[in-house]
Design a protein around this ligand. Structure first.
Ligand code: CP
Ligand code: NVA
Length: 311
């Protein structure tokens, strides 16, 4: 494979500013990797730091397994065990890690921190979730939609619930692929209007659109996929939980909401899920769930991304 020039040696913080064909190349390579039991040792001899300042199951395991399967060495670090956790600056951490590793993957709440890391690192930085964006998740979401429906151009997906990082990243990757994304979010919890405006402009260039409404049933009308995520994200104030539950309860993805979408609609969720809150078990363990494929697809999109950044 030939690394896409807009990805080779670059960082991935949101995928808002990458060209659509680069994202298409990542998704195509991810499909190929999924169909190939024995992966090429495409990253042999390389080392990749994977830093977690927040908990993770899927991201941690999928990066560590994917990096190893590509013949590279994952250096998985808990932020609190690093000098970063004792006040060493992001700038100094970026400069030192760049002398040892070929790429840095990081999960942290503050998006500005990842931007600062990328600014000072001499190696590509991948955002493995901030409070603002979760681009690896967005890639896996759209990979899953492509698997179920083929070309995502013009396919409608609804996001229902908190206008958070996963909402933003579905909008970004969906827009780049020309999808129609309708977010249904309550007032006060809408996605960032700047992200919506940028994504809508990108989507319109590729035959789709991005729009936000308040009514969850309006959001899911004609949707082929309904996506939801937790009502309290990492970095949100847990003291607000009761208030958030009250606000978001009408946005629960349950059988009735699934029935209000297009026939054959699939359910998506980045996981971990909370049965009886943002989604019901009948949906996420039910026949319309594509959630387990979506989780598995994290492995392939991230490996494909690394091959394009480091190939
Ligand atoms: N979807 C996701 O990022 O899961 P983890 O928090 O388990 O990594
Ligand atoms: N919005 C969630 C996603 C977890 C994968 C969070 O940021 O906690």
């Amino acid at each position: 494979m030939t690394p896409h020039p807009a990805l080779q040696g670059r960082s991935v913080l949101s995928l808002m500013h990458h060209p659509a064909d680069a994202i298409g190349d990542v998704l195509n390579l991810a499909d190929q990797l999924k169909a190939t039991p024995q992966w090429p040792a495409a990253l042999a001899g390389k080392s990749i730091a994977v830093i977690f300042e927040q908990p993770s199951t899927r991201t941690r395991v999928s990066f560590e397994v994917g990096i190893a399967r590509l013949g590279a060495h994952p250096v998985v670090l808990a932020g609190r065990d690093m000098q970063l956790g004792r006040g060493e600056t992001i700038e100094d951490t970026a400069k030192v890690l760049s002398r040892f590793v070929d790429a840095i993957v990081i999960r942290t709440v503050d998006h500005g921190k990842v931007m600062e890391l990328a600014e000072h690192a001499d190696v590509p930085v991948i955002n493995a979730l901030t409070h603002a964006h979760h681009p690896c998740q967005g890639l896996a979401d759209v990979m899953t939609i492509r698997e179920r429906f083929g070309d995502p151009r013009g396919i409608r997906a609804a996001y229902v619930g908190d206008g958070n990082n996963c909402c933003h990243s579905l909008m970004v990757v969906g827009a780049q692929m020309g999808m129609e994304i309708v977010a249904g979010c309550p007032a006060g919890y809408m996605p960032d209007p700047e992200v919506v405006a940028i994504c809508d402009a990108i989507a319109r260039d590729h035959g789709g659109f991005v729009r936000v409404v308040e009514d969850p049933r309006e959001a899911v009308a004609d949707a082929r996929a309904i996506y939801t995520d937790v009502w309290v994200s990492m970095g949100d104030d847990v003291a607000e939980e009761a208030q958030r539950i009250a606000v978001f309860t009408p946005y629960q993805v349950n059988d009735a909401l699934m029935d209000a979408a297009a026939p054959g609609c699939i359910a998506l969720h980045p996981l971990p899920a909370h049965d009886g809150l943002e989604i019901t078990r009948s949906v996420y363990h039910g026949p319309q769930s594509a959630i387990w494929d979506e989780a598995e697809n994290r492995l392939y999109v991230q490996a494909a991304l690394l091959m394009h950044l480091l190939g």
